[in-house]
Ligand binder design. Structure first.
Ligand SMILES: NC(=O)C1=CN([C@@H]2O[C@H](COP(=O)(O)OP(=O)(O)OC[C@H]3O[C@@H](n4cnc5c(N)ncnc54)[C@H](OP(=O)(O)O)[C@@H]3O)[C@@H](O)[C@H]2O)C=CC1
Ligand SMILES: O=C(CO)COP(=O)(O)O
Ligand SMILES: [Zn+2]
Length: 352
């Protein structure tokens, strides 16, 4: 019998995590830059937190470096980042910042076929170590294929300075893998969707580690950033194995995306995923109370009103979330949840 299964996976060749690892940036450039200059994509705040240091370290290693300061991850800023890389003759793109700067750099590098290096300054979600980028297109921010970092330099002494809320959100993004895996298994059982045992095991391991160690996730503690960052890396690797966000994105992410489109108040990605995972676990008939308790331990609210999300918006977001990515089957099914069923699920779980 002929064996015609194949899959291509891309992994980083260097991963540096911990105190002061930013010092490794010069070495990373010399190992990965074949020709041209280095383009550093960063933000206003993150330039002073880390972007400037990255540029100085690269320059003092003898390379030509150019800095581009940008804003949110939308198509306009992506086009400008690509244009900048072309103008400066970039042979490598380095993203220094939170999720938005990493995604712009990652997608620009992918479009220009250049090596990409991720220097996250905030542990806000697992996209900082994955081959996926979320570029806002027509109000939607589903992740899309992008460059896998050739190197990740996650300096915990910089990341601990980001507001604690981002650390809790990053942890929640990984913890919410619990429901993503249940959804993936369901899609495999009901529709024969391809399932990777290794990607699922890694993704679930990352979530379980953070659930078991939630009491150690605290504001202002570098060790907590280390703990979460390790599992962000594991979750990103699971997505690299699957060449898809499937191991880390199921119904809870559909609810998060649905909220983004309908009005997510002042919530950020990981907080939306936390809310989504609790109600989704309830719909799966699983231990949603364990998830709710874990989020309480890491000081992350799952109450919609704490983010200025109205009950009506929350109910509508849950009820219609399945429409967002119809090809990715989840517990939300293929029809809108009835208003009363969605309302009941959200009331029982304490979200509204
Ligand atoms: N690729 C993927 O798979 C995923 C991507 N996303 C996307 O990621 C984005 C959200 O990322 P997120 O990190 O929350 O948002 P931002 O990149 O906007 O960062 C949030 C804020 O934190 C600041 N900041 C970052 N690091 C530090 C630090 N060390 N100290 C002080 N301030 C800091 C940033 O400054 P500055 O102004 O300099 O940027 C910014 O003002 C969204 O676009 C979302 O769609 C979400 C999930 C998955
Ligand atoms: O946020 C992600 C994984 O945590 C990416 O998920 P999406 O592909 O649903 O955008
Ligand atoms: Zn996510």
């Amino acid at each position: 019998m002929e064996f015609d299964k194949f899959r291509t996976m891309h992994f980083p060749r260097d991963v540096f995590v911990g105190h002061g690892v930013i010092e490794n940036v010069g070495g990373v450039v010399s190992r990965n830059l074949r020709s041209g200059s280095v383009a550093v994509i960063t933000g206003n705040t993150t330039y002073s937190m880390a972007g400037r240091t990255v540029a100085e370290l690269i320059e003092s290693s003898g390379f030509d470096v150019h800095v581009h300061i940008t804003g949110e991850a939308n198509t306009e800023n992506l086009n400008m980042a690509e244009e900048f890389c072309r103008e400066v003759g970039a042979g490598m793109v380095i993203g220094v910042g939170g999720g938005t700067k990493i995604d712009l750099a990652k997608k620009a590098a992918y479009e220009l076929d250049l090596p990409f290096v991720s220097v996250p300054t905030s542990p806000s979600h697992d996209g900082i170590a994955s081959p996926r980028a979320s570029i806002k297109r027509s109000g939607c921010n589903l992740s899309e294929e992008a460059a896998m970092p050739v190197a990740i330099i996650a300096d915990t002494s910089i990341m601990v300075k980001a507001p604690y809320r981002y650390l809790a959100a990053g942890a929640a993004d990984v913890i919410s893998n619990e429901t993503a895996i249940l959804d993936w298994k369901l899609a495999n059982r009901l529709h024969g969707e391809d399932f990777s045992t290794s990607a699922a095991a890694l993704s679930q391991y990352a979530a379980r580690e953070l659930i078991e160690k939630a009491h150690l996730i605290m504001p202002g503690v570098e060790e907590s950033v280390w703990l979460v960052m390790k599992q962000i890396l594991a979750s990103g690797t699971a997505m690299a194995i699957a060449s898809s966000s499937r191991p880390a994105s199921g119904s809870e992410h559909l609810i998060a995306h649905s909220l983004e489109m309908l009005g997510a108040g002042n919530s950020i990605h990981g907080e939306q995923c936390a809310i989504g995972s609790v109600v989704s676990m309830y719909l799966h008939g699983g231990r949603w109370e364990e998830l709710a308790e874990t989020y309480r331990k890491i000081r992350l609210s799952i109450r919609a009103k704490d983010y200025n999300i109205s009950d009506i918006t929350m109910i509508k977001a849950l009820s219609t979330a399945h429409r967002i990515r119809p090809e990715r089957y989840t517990i939300l099914g293929e029809r809108d949840l009835s208003y009363s069923a969605a309302e009941r699920a959200l009331e029982i779980t304490g979200i509204i």
